[in-house]
Design a protein around this ligand. Structure first.
Ligand SMILES: O=C(O)CCC(=O)C(=O)O
Ligand SMILES: [Fe+2]
Length: 208
């Protein structure tokens, strides 16, 4: 694993938005990459989401647990959300906030970024729960832009997310706009067995 000269520090990016660098041990990252590959072989492969306006996202995604389509959740569950991933989500919230607060995600969105893929500024706002969003990054480094609730523009902060990093946004930051303007191709550790970037977000939909 390539380590910089100085350890990267945990940062409170905004109230309720916590970046914890290098949270996942390398062995855990590898297990997650393997799991992401397995899910993609299943009945619901990674797909580019077609937006209502006709645009097609550059990211390829799949859902675990409750299925998301733009811009709502279906009643249907495709691939079940594994219990171990729910537990990992709880540990993540506890790491970020000091307590897990009963975090009980019922959906996960897994995004795959090939070198040219990006994600525009958006809010995660189809959920009816105030619970935080947990984000786990694997593979290539990227710029994660974390903005404000009012709109897609400034003020925002750019954070570099590296494989194994955890980012949790909840509380006053739960409805902040965010996006991925840039991925750095070829920066994944070869031993990880992933070319590109994967991101897993765990959420509570708050829906019956
Ligand atoms: O890839 C990321 O780091 C962010 C993904 C995201 O914002 C989303 O899936 O809603
Ligand atoms: Fe998002």
């Amino acid at each position: 694993m390539s380590e910089g000269l100085f350890p990267r520090e945990r940062v409170l990016v905004a109230p309720g938005a916590v970046h914890v660098p290098a949270w996942l041990p390398f062995s855990r990252q590898r297990e997650l990459v393997d799991a992401c590959r397995e899910w993609g072989r299943g009945p619901f492969p990674y797909r580019r989401t077609v937006l209502p306006g006709g645009g097609v996202m550059s990211v390829r995604s799949l859902c675990l647990g409750r299925q998301w389509v733009p811009y709502r959740y279906l009643d249907a569950v495709g691939v079940p959300l594994p219990g171990w991933l729910v537990s990992l989500g709880r540990e993540a919230v506890a790491e970020a906030y000091g307590e897990h607060g009963g975090f009980a995600p019922d959906t996960a969105l897994v995004n795959f970024y090939a070198p040219e893929a990006r994600m525009g500024m958006h809010q995660d706002r189809e959920e009816r729960s105030g619970a935080p969003v947990v984000s786990l990054s694997l593979g290539d480094r990227c710029v994660f832009r974390f903005g404000n609730e009012e709109g897609r523009g400034r003020p925002y902060r750019d954070v570099e997310l590296v494989s194994g990093d955890l980012f949790v946004f909840g509380g006053p930051s739960r409805w902040a706009h965010h996006g991925v303007p840039r991925v750095f191709p070829g920066t994944a550790e070869p031993a990880l067995g992933l070319r590109g970037r994967l991101n897993i977000t765990l959420r509570e939909t708050g829906l019956p």
